[in-house]
Design a protein around this ligand. Structure first.
Ligand code: OOG
Ligand code: MG
Length: 257
């Protein structure tokens, strides 16, 4: 049997992102399963590397109930982050460059020495050098932000941009820190890091395990986004967004109109 056209699907998704034009879902009609969807994601990454971008990290998706419920997919997923997706803390993004951008509060890890393939993370503070509050800007390339599990994986888990706030040494507890998403100074979402798999440190174990299944090894110096603690909120032109994580401080961005 001939499998799905991985290169062709990656090209469609890449072009949708480049032109900020939504497309229809592809998995059902092309017979794309989860493994083939990660192959599409790898082809999309290659497309970015070919134009000079650098792989700088990994992001987890759907590690909280709030996120699973919002998009109707209930499996933990992962995607790739490149240097071109990074926006400086306090910086501006052009909303016109996206289809229907949303923002969500995240916790970021700066990776240090990681165990070999198949080995569990021993001491978290050996594996993670620093932690930071972060904002992820997601932008599904599918119309109406609606997708199946293989569709969202193929679409690099809706990754579009991210902001990392100030790095801090790993605090004693990461498992129950208050999280706020503020838009124009008003609280839009409230949560806790406990929403992220019970403890965001677990997201790293899952990331190592799930990416490892597809031959991807996490690297020292990479950024790791543990997944949003709350539902995502639409990003409107002119908005000022702040994600605050107790003990860690805040990350912010502006949406240029
Ligand atoms: C999929 C990406 C999910 C997260 O933090 O849970 C994600 C989506 O919601 O479009 O990034
Ligand atoms: Mg996210």
């Amino acid at each position: 049997m001939i499998g799905p056209d991985v290169a062709g699907i990656a090209e469609k998704l890449g072009a949708a992102a480049d032109t900020a034009t939504a497309i229809g879902q592809l998995a059902a009609e092309t017979g794309l399963d989860v493994d083939a969807a990660y192959a599409v994601q790898t082809a999309l990454l290659q497309r970015r590397l070919d134009r000079g971008e650098r792989l700088v990290g990994l992001k987890m998706g759907l590690t909280s109930r709030a996120k699973m419920a919002q998009v109707g997919v209930d499996e933990v997923i992962w995607g790739r982050l490149t240097d071109a997706m990074r926006v400086p803390d306090g910086g501006a993004v052009d909303v016109g460059a996206y289809i229907h951008p949303r923002v969500e509060p995240e916790v970021a890890f700066l990776l240090d020495r990681l165990p070999g393939p198949g080995e569990p993370v021993g001491d978290f503070t050996d594996a993670v050098r620093a932690v930071a509050p972060a904002i992820e800007l997601i932008d599904s390339r599918y119309a109406n932000f609606t997708f199946s599990l293989p569709d969202v994986i193929a679409d690099n888990t809706s990754a579009a941009a991210f902001v990392i706030g100030p790095w801090s040494p790993v605090p004693d507890g990461l498992d129950n820190l208050g999280v706020l998403l503020e838009i124009d100074g008003r609280v839009a979402q409230v949560g806790s890091t406990a929403a992220i798999l019970g403890d965001p440190r677990r997201a790293l174990d899952e990331g190592i395990r799930l990416a490892g299944r597809h031959g991807v090894r996490l690297r020292e110096g990479w950024v790791f986004l543990a997944g949003a603690a709350t539902a995502a909120v639409p990003l409107r032109p002119g908005a000022h967004v702040r994600a605050v994580v107790e003990k860690l401080g805040a990350a912010s961005l502006r949406a240029a109109s």
